[in-house]
Write a protein that binds this ligand. Structure first.
Ligand code: HEM
Length: 224
């Protein structure tokens, strides 16, 4: 499916950036769900520590974006949406070391960013918080909470749904031309691919194939 197919929603309706991204990355999200949940990240504290290390890898990649003045001017409360520090505290709660850095992060501090590409990556990060209610419930079964070990999975005080809508309303209002939309999708696809890479690196046992538990199997509910 290319961008032109995706952008043409039924009966000439033009999709918003987030609708476009949702459609373009839905299969990848399912793949990621299967990869993560199949590794049973909530089976015990050790495996949950591996999940935290996965999250650390991805949020280290995007951490510089939260200091970008251009992005901060477009997206509400961008700095408040940053989660690397919370993941570091979660790791410290468990007494688990962050993973050794795997080269430079995807976005370097202080470097100029391509706006649509950066937006694609931020969509992945914000969306993951939208779906995190389920993950927080699972982490709670291991004794973790918003104040210990699962800080980065906490919902916003105003609720995950509203926090997401505040983000998407501003996000969807950012003007992008056709080329910008292509880079937007590329950014989100790269972000998801990067997360998948970290999942594989943290959980993969040599000789073990990909797991097969789906998000639909695992969660009985939608986020609020
Ligand atoms: C770190 C890994 C993950 C990332 C990067 C991620 C990313 C995203 C993104 C971008 C969205 C927004 C989709 C939209 O446009 O509506 C989303 C939604 C959601 N995610 Fe995830 N996700 C991750 C892991 C998971 C896992 C493991 C589960 C559950 C097993 C999950 C459950 C959900 C749910 C319930 C939603 C709400 C909307 C929907 O059904 O698509 N996510 N996630």
């Amino acid at each position: 499916m290319d961008r032109n197919t995706l952008a043409k929603a039924p009966a000439g309706h033009v999709r918003s950036h987030t609708q476009l991204l949702h459609a373009a990355t839905h299969p990848t999200h399912d793949l990621l769900d299967k990869a993560i949940m199949g590794h049973r990240p909530f089976a015990d504290r050790e495996r949950y520590g591996l999940f935290l290390r996965t999250q650390h890898g991805f949020h280290r990649d995007i951490d510089a974006l939260y200091d970008d003045a251009g992005l901060a001017g477009l997206l509400p409360d961008l700095r408040g949406r940053r989660r690397l520090g919370l993941i570091e505290r979660d790791l410290a709660d468990l007494g688990v070391e962050p993973p050794a850095p795997d080269g430079d992060p995807a976005f370097l501090p202080g470097a100029a960013v391509d706006l649509p590409t950066a937006l694609g990556w931020l969509y992945v990060a914000e969306g993951s918080n939208l779906g995190a209610a389920f993950l927080l419930k699972e982490a709670a079964k291991l004794g973790f909470s918003e104040s210990f070990g699962a800080r980065h999975l906490a919902g916003a005080p105003e609720g995950r749904g509203l926090h997401w809508r505040t983000f998407t309303t501003a996000f969807d209002a950012i003007p992008l031309d056709g080329d910008g939309e292509v880079r937007l999708i590329d950014g989100a696809v790269s972000g998801f691919a990067r997360v998948l890479g970290f999942v594989d690196r943290q959980f993969r046992v040599p000789g073990q194939g990909r797991p097969s538990v789906s998000r639909e199997d695992q969660r009985g509910e939608k986020h609020p």
